[in-house]
Design a protein around this ligand. Structure first.
Ligand code: ATP
Ligand code: MG
Length: 871
């Protein structure tokens, strides 16, 4: 069965059991401060498990794009070395939100594997939680055991410990025992020798876990204690690639049709052969795996960058490039050439890939290119480190610097060192690494208290589209403590006019006022598990009763102007540049807006002007906001609403419309475009290959901007002596300046000529060499001209000139070609050695070389030393 059919069969099997098929959530998570990437199918359903929101369907099935490269689940270092862990993989899952529990979850899983997929029952093992004395006296999962024991013999049920068979969402929150299903893919002969049961959970590549059935029945509190959940849930996750391996009779995920097209393409591009030797195989697996992770992330809108999620992606791509570089001999970018094959095999199930293929290729190509440059520079730096190393062990801190500042991979450093007969002080490296980790960890660590509930957790209402003030009650609050922010409180109201950060728009600020005038400032508003959470530095003195919640209207109005302008800008770009323009990120603040979009060249001045006019025409056109709430997503899309890649949309959405274009958007907007007053682009530039960024301002900020520019212009005019036309005055100053430069250059040349005559007479002689060592008042070009002119038609000349300019020293050495050979002199070596005296370095050719340095005081010493070269 091919992988496409396997995926479909899984989904339709559970559809037949009344599950609703839902799409994968984006792999890149944009609005959860605790998680950068989806690492399990359950992430997108967290709010249902926490009881914050009610699901529409209590039974759901899906395949979820997951990435396990950071945080709690980090498989990165395993990937490629083994044959069954990936960075990015698909997790097939069926879900019960307070609906069915262990009985159905277990029997259906067994039915699917053995009856639909016809897996051999004798190759399967299952595990059940054995209980834990240390942890709140957790009991063994007797219920699951009894259900399993009806369908599998006892010798195939393995009792598992807390590490393998108890699942927790984090330090706090829903948790419960789980049952895993393992498959033994070894030959019959092997099976006879060693029992499969003894290999379960022992990292054997052919006895692997394929499915995990989690039964959520407890809630873990901040103090570590457990309480039963009011509604129990099922969360299952099956590795799609591992399932394909088992069903296609393969011994490695990479031998399934999920990976073979990629591997074949890598073989063609690199001329390597898969299956010949282990290092090559690992490299090929790393590349086949990583191209998926990187491409899917870019499709979800996450570009490689220097921080956060972007940095993780950059590191994955670099890991692949480095494996290619070291083991397959790829010296040029090549990864981007795999995107085509990837799109062919996965583009149907995940259309975001095919639709953005070109962008993905461009971004990867550019990123590879710049990393290969880094590698080149790193190799040069590593040379210098080796040169300076006394003994045979290279300082670990130096290697760390190379890794940390220049992104030069440590294993490559180690490899090169061993090739050159050096070793790396690994302890020193690890210490430096640990120190840095501790530094960044303590800076970002937050500790959270338990939620204190004042009222039952009824569903919260957002009223901020219509009002900036509301009477609210506090539902719950908790304490947060972090080095960075200090002590803070998170407060949840029953209803709120505060907009929570999201869709690029910043969270509202404002205040909370009690009936007796006690005021608490709200410094930020964010969404956590789909709940609007307000941040404050302190709590109201009395927590009960009704409060007035008031949003800072000035900030909100400015932010709204920028948000609506962002939509108009998006329309303008698609109209003027073309429909290849896709939004790739936006930041809507009160002071400015930033918009990233796909487009392949720098925008011209005319295009920028056209975009500004387009937006400003719609502002003066006074377009009213037409808003529709709770529209079924299907209907919205049919009406032509524009959805964004990598965004997660619910079943019911909000659409907004100014003029022709309809967009899906949860943000807040002006009621009429005339409220924006004016739109002005401040900059346009590149963020990555094929991605441009526009920064712009609106309303008051434009007024301030013009006032500021006007002030500068007045100052410039005054400085110029108040001419009629300031631009003309600056132009004529520039012309004058360039004339003067030319004159100076001509004068210097003359000076050098005259000097030549004078200096000829100063030449001295030593050991058959006519020489001159002298400090001159000329610039570098002048000294060079002078040296070559003096040297013309001479065969026995040695010139060493020094000069001092702007606090810097320059040495220049000229040697007649004949002397280079006969006296074994080398100007390059000489300036490099003399460079020490002026704290600098340089080089050049044997007959002419220069060195620059920052210590002019060393010139006399350098000159004295120079004479020694003449014997
Ligand atoms: P393992 O012990 O093999 O790393 P796990 O316990 O981390 O697995 P779960 O977190 O229970 O796995 O995830 C559910 C399923 O997802 C697993 O049964 C497995 O089939 C699959 N899976 C987990 N991690 C990976 C990965 N890195 N690559 C591919 N599939 C994976
Ligand atoms: Mg794991």
């Amino acid at each position: 069965m091919n992988s496409k059919d396997i995926r479909t069969q899984f989904l339709t099997f559970f559809e037949g059991k009344k599950h609703k098929i839902v799409p994968s959530a984006p792999m890149v998570i944009k609005d959860d401060p605790t998680l950068l990437f989806t690492n399990a199918g359950m992430n997108q359903f967290k709010e249902f498990f926490l009881g914050i929101n009610e699901p529409k369907n209590t039974r759901v099935v899906d395949t979820q794009k997951c990435l396990r490269v950071s945080g709690k689940h980090n498989d990165l270092e395993e990937v490629g070395k083994d044959t069954y862990h990936h960075t990015m993989f698909e997790m097939l899952g069926n879900w019960s939100f307070g609906d069915y529990f262990k009985e159905e979850a277990i029997t259906w899983a067994w039915e699917l594997l053995t009856e639909v997929f016809k897996m051999d029952k004798d190759s399967l093992y299952v595990s059940v939680f054995e209980g834990s004395q240390d942890d709140d006296r957790l009991e063994k999962d007797a219920e699951a055991y009894a259900i399993w024991n009806k369908i599998v013999p006892a010798n195939r049920i393995i009792m598992g410990n807390k590490r393998d068979n108890f699942w927790e969402m984090g330090d706090q929150g829903p948790c419960g025992p789980c049952s895993e299903i393992h498959v033994d893919l070894r030959s019959d002969e092997e099976k006879k020798k060693v029992s499969g049961a003894s290999l379960v959970n022992k990292d054997h590549p052919l006895v692997v876990e394929i499915w995990n059935l989690v039964f959520m029945q407890y809630n873990r509190k901040a103090d570590g204690s457990l309480e039963p959940l009011p509604a129990k849930h099922v969360d299952t996750g099956m590795g799609f690639e591992r399932l394909c391996m088992a069903l296609q009779g393969k011994k490695s995920n990479y031998d399934t049709d999920v990976f073979t097209p990629l591997i074949r393409e890598i073989e063609i591009i690199t001329d390597a052969k898969y299956g010949r030797d282990e290092p090559t195989d690992i490299a090929i697996r790393v590349i086949a795996d990583h191209i998926r992770a990187v491409s899917f992330s870019i499709a979800d809108g996450q570009l490689p960058s220097n921080t956060g999620a972007g940095y993780v992606i950059r590191r994955i791509l670099r890991r692949a490039v480095r494996y290619g570089f070291t083991f397959l001999g790829t010296k040029e970018h090549f990864m981007y050439r795999l995107v085509n094959v990837l799109t062919q095999s996965m583009g149907e199930a995940f259309p975001e890939l095919s639709e953005q293929k070109q962008l993905i290729e461009n971004v990867i190509k550019e990123e590879e290119h710049s990393f290969l440059k880094t590698l080149d520079q790193g190799l040069v730096l590593l040379d210098t480190i080796i040169e300076k190393t006394k003994g045979k062990t290279v300082d670990g801190r130096k290697a760390f610097e190379l890794y940390d500042t220049y992104g030069f991979p440590i294993d490559l450093t180690a490899l090169i060192l061993s090739e050159r007969g050096f070793s790396l002080d690994e302890d020193g490296f690890n210490v430096a690494m640990q120190e840095q980790k501790t530094r960044s960890k303590t800076a970002s660590e937050t500790s959270k208290g338990d939620w204190e509930n004042l009222q039952s957790d009824a569903e919260q209402e957002f009223v901020g589209y219509d009002r900036l003030e509301a009477d609210v009650k506090i539902v719950k609050y908790r304490k947060l403590e972090s080095k960075k922010q200090g002590l803070q409180y998170q407060i949840v109201f029953n209803l709120t006019p505060f907009y929570a950060e999201g869709g690029g728009q910043v969270g509202d600020k404002g205040y909370l006022e009690s009936p007796d005038g006690d005021v608490v400032y709200i410094v930020d508003t964010k969404r956590e598990n789909n709940e609007i959470v307000h941040f404050a530095k302190n709590l109201p003195k009395k927590l009960e009763g009704t409060f007035k919640a008031v949003v800072d209207s000035k900030q909100r109005q400015r932010t709204e102007a920028n948000h609506t302008a962002t939509h108009l800008l998006h329309q303008a770009l698609r109209e003027i540049l073309g429909t290849h323009v896709e939004q790739k990120g936006s930041a809507v603040h009160s002071k400015y807006l930033r918009f990233d979009f796909s487009h392949f060249s720098k925008m011209t001045k005319e295009e920028l002007e056209a975009v500004e006019s387009f937006v400003n025409a719609r502002i003066t056109g006074q377009l009213p906001l037409e808003e529709q709430r709770n529209v079924p997503i299907k209907e919205a899309l049919e009406n032509g609403a524009m959805a964004l890649f990598g965004e997660k949309y619910g079943d019911a959405v909000r659409t907004i419309r100014f003029g022709k274009s309809i967009e899906l958007c949860g943000g807040t907007h002006v009621k009429n475009t005339s409220d924006i007053w004016h739109f002005k682009i401040k900059s346009e530039g590149a963020v990555a290959a094929g991605i441009r960024r526009i920064e712009a301002i609106t309303s008051d900020a434009v007024k301030d901007f013009y006032a500021e520019s006007n002030k500068s212009l007045t100052e410039i005019t005054e400085a110029l002596g108040n001419p009629q036309d300031a631009v003309k005055a600056v132009k004529s100053l520039q012309d004058e300046n360039s004339d003067l430069r030319k004159q100076i250059a001509a004068l210097l040349k003359d000076k050098a000529k005259n000097l030549k005559g004078d200096l000829q007479s100063e030449l001295q002689e030593k050991n058959g060499v006519r020489y001159l060592i002298k400090k001159l008042d000329l610039d570098a070009a002048g000294i060079k001209d002078l040296s070559f002119e003096m040297g013309q038609n001479q065969s026995d000349l040695f010139l060493l000139f020094a000069t001092e300019q702007d606090g810097k020293a320059l040495l220049s050495c000229y040697i007649s070609k004949e002397l280079v050979a006969s006296k074994n002199l080398n100007a390059g070596t000489i300036v490099r050695e003399l460079g020490k005296y002026i704290q600098g370095g340089g080089g050049g050719q044997p007959f002419f070389a220069t060195a620059g340095g920052k210590n002019p005081a060393g010139i006399p010493d350098a000159m004295e030393k120079a004479l020694e070269y003449l014997g």
